[in-house]
Design a protein around this ligand. Structure first.
Ligand code: MN
Ligand code: MN
Length: 458
């Protein structure tokens, strides 16, 4: 990295034995969270249970908050708010907000998914978030989600994670017959309507009449016998296909972790563990685990929902001040991932301003595209505040921009919080192959993200 105009610090290069152990131990807890929380609902439940174990109590509107409270607000099972109001906290200090998201790109089943074609039972899908479709073919997929039945019961589904579970699959062409497909562009080779899930191949009929035997009916029979489901129940279901493989160390030195859904669980896990591990009564802290970031932070469980400001209002009331006052004093770290520098694709990244693997938490002043459009572009003064904070607390961090100018771009939840008059900047972990079924991050960056959050909330 000697070619860099601004030298970064490689965490592994400077870590002593004790720090190395701390980095690797912390990564083990994170890998468990990844494997047990592959969807926003599972990650929400996981973090909620961790909060309950730390003494957090449920909050409902109609109750009032007071100093010394530690509460959680679970929004529709997909979005979690954790709030700590320090017993000695003041309104002048505002709220320290860590906002990350727990939804990840995936393949959702449509509401009428099941059909049969040429002896194969298949499922129609509509992908969620920005995916490169060809990456999702010919890998084992597990089925996660809920089926809400008319009688009010909600069935949780997770098939394909157990050792003896079946998995699901999206086919692709064999090279022998791919001549025409190979001539297409990568973006066109696999179409959205081509992402059909393989569900079964054994014909059956309820009526036992040979002429009516169908594979689709057999799949419905199994769903009915095993889960009590009927075909119409798909209408009120949220079922998603996610990669069936678990988090694993990558490389001989185990410096990196490969997993599904680092974006953005690699920031969510440090956010809530930093809150739990810093027990200062001098601060008011809010951790947001948002849903729907990958499709624009919309809806009741996304960052744009009024719920965020409603909860800030409740905190303001605990101090006897206006919401406007406490927001003007608050600070936010929008905790989301960035693209890590990848020597295989160096041409899309500007090396001096990219996030480099194992060089610490990546602070991103602006996101957006085409002249920073769609970005909240954080203030220089706020970055100066963070420089001081991180340097005083021994946090290794770097600056990082998402790719070369005009190559592409992206956004995060930062702009939705910034427009509430709250100082907000993006800080995240660099990810290789972001939005792929198997993404890669550095354990050292994960750990520095955690240390940065601890410094911010202590
Ligand atoms: Mn993200
Ligand atoms: Mn993303």
């Amino acid at each position: 990295m000697s070619e860099l105009a601004y030298k970064r610090t490689n965490v592994y290069e400077v870590a002593d034995e004790k720090t190395m152990k701390a980095i690797f131990d912390y990564a083990e807890g994170y890998k468990t969270f990844l494997d047990e929380g592959k969807t926003e609902r599972e990650a929400c439940a996981w973090a909620k249970n961790a909060a309950i174990a730390k003494g957090y109590k449920p909050f409902a509107f109609g109750q009032s908050l007071k100093k010394g409270d530690k509460v959680y607000y679970e929004n529709r099972g997909k979005n979690l708010y954790l709030i700590k109001i320090g017993a000695n906290a003041t309104a002048e200090e505002g709220i320290r907000i860590l906002a990350s998201h727990i939804d990840s790109p995936r393949i959702d089943l449509k509401q009428v998914p099941l059909y049969e074609a040429d002896g194969i039972a298949l499922g129609k899908t509509h992908y969620y978030g920005g995916i490169r479709k060809y990456q999702w073919t010919t890998i084992p997929l597990s089925l996660h989600g809920v089926v809400a039945k008319k009688d009010g019961t909600v069935l949780s589904v997770a098939i394909g994670e157990g050792e003896n579970d079946p998995v699901f699959y999206i086919s692709d062409l064999l090279p022998h017959l791919a001549q025409r497909q190979n001539a297409k562009t990568l973006g066109e080779a696999i179409e959205g309507e081509g992402l059909n899930i393989w569900f079964g191949n054994i014909p059956y009929t309820f009526a036992k009449e040979d002429k009516d035997k169908t594979v689709k009916e057999n799949v419905l029979r199994i769903l009915n016998e095993k889960y009590g489901l009927e075909e119409a129940d798909f209408l009120s279901a949220e079922l998603s296909l996610v990669p069936a493989f678990n988090a694993r160390d990558i490389g001989f030195d185990r410096a990196l972790i490969g997993a599904y859904g680092h974006d953005d669980r690699v920031c969510s896990y440090p956010a809530f563990t930093a809150l739990f591990d810093e027990d200062s009564e001098n601060r008011t802290v809010m951790v947001v685990l948002a849903d729907k970031e990958e499709i624009g932070s919309e809806g009741t469980t996304g960052m744009q929902c009024a719920l965020f400001t409603d909860l800030v209002d409740e905190i303001a009331r605990a101090f006897g001040v206006s919401s406007a006052y406490i927001r003007s004093k608050s600070k936010c770290l929008s905790a989301d991932v960035n693209a890590a520098y990848d020597p295989n694709y160096a041409e899309v990244l500007e090396t001096n301003n990219a996030t480099h693997l194992s060089c610490g938490a990546g602070v991103t002043k602006f996101t957006g595209a085409r002249g920073k459009s769609g970005s909240s572009d954080a203030d220089a003064e706020y970055i100066a505040f963070l420089r001081k904070l991180f340097d005083e607390n021994g946090v290794i961090w770097q600056t990082g921009e998402l790719g070369k100018v005009d190559i592409g771009g992206g956004g995060t939840v930062a702009k939705y919080i910034a427009k509430m008059n709250i100082d907000t900047i993006d800080i995240g972990v660099g990810v290789v192959s972001m939005h792929a079924p198997y993404e890669v991050i550095s354990k050292a960056d994960l750990y520095e993200e955690y240390l940065a959050f601890r410094a911010f909330v202590k």
